[in-house]
Design a binder for this molecule. Sequence first.
Ligand code: GYE
Length: 324
Amino acid sequence: MNRRILLLAATALSLGAGSMAFSQSLPSLEKKDRYKVGFAQMESNNPWRIAETKSFHDTAEMCNWDLIATDAAGSAAKQVADVDSMIAQGIDVLFLPPREEKPLIPAVKKAKAAGIPTFLVDRSVDPAAAKPGEDFVAFLGSDFIDQGRRVAEWTIENFKGEKGIIVQLEGTTGSSPANDRKSGFDDAIAKDDRFEIVASQTGDFARDLGRQVMETLLQAHPDVNIVYAHNDEMAIGAIQALELAGRKPGEDVLVVSIDGTRDALQAIIDGKMGVTVESSPFFGPLACEVMKRYVNGEEIEHWVQVQDRIFTQDNAADHIGEAY
Ligand code: GYE
């Protein structure tokens, strides 16, 4: 090996060691009267997102935040650019719901390199590429695998027919809730051979796309009698498509879903939907509390897990008043 190659190898080694040591330590957050807080929302096309953004705004005064909130309008690339601009504006801390698991990883790492502690809220990133306690402080959110599993178990218990022909409407492709709500449901429903998933397609977590995809899938699978939607907006879209096609959701098609929006609770009360497993959008107060603990130097658990309720005919009317 000549001298130049040796030198290069030595540099690479020391760089590697350096970046490893660096990646262990998270940026700290000093005690201050007010904090410049970034919240980089991914889109605002459904009641869940609007409720989440409002929750951050409502929390800002109480928690002494000067809040910078952006809206990426459904584009992961815009969300990356929004984080960039927040870093340039000198935020103290970043709350980020990454639209998809992979494209936001460079943004998470860039925030860390700029000395900004980042908390992922409501969605997470690919765990193989970025880690809590290392690249970001923690993930604040639900157990999406468990949500999918609970929907499947409720369906197994409550479906009255002999053969369940299931259409699945998936959330945004590449997002953590779409990936996990699918695997949780698929694994649990496979344990009962009455059920078959005949189609599984993305509706991008959106009502309108859910309706359109359901219209197409109904033509290919007219015998469908169960619709599992990864969120309530797509479930409501599917109900519209079913009714347009002369089907009777709640009678000849069981519709099951996740979130707990006002429209979904109303659909349950009206007998058109069977169940929705809760996924709460009210992250503001939790973000404030976890941030305070971080400022105090407390060790933050890598996953600050949110507990989800379940809404059915039994309790939907009791909760519709607090729904969004
Ligand atoms: O279920 C959905 C929203 O990331 C947990 O995203 C969230 C999901 C929620 O668009 O309605």
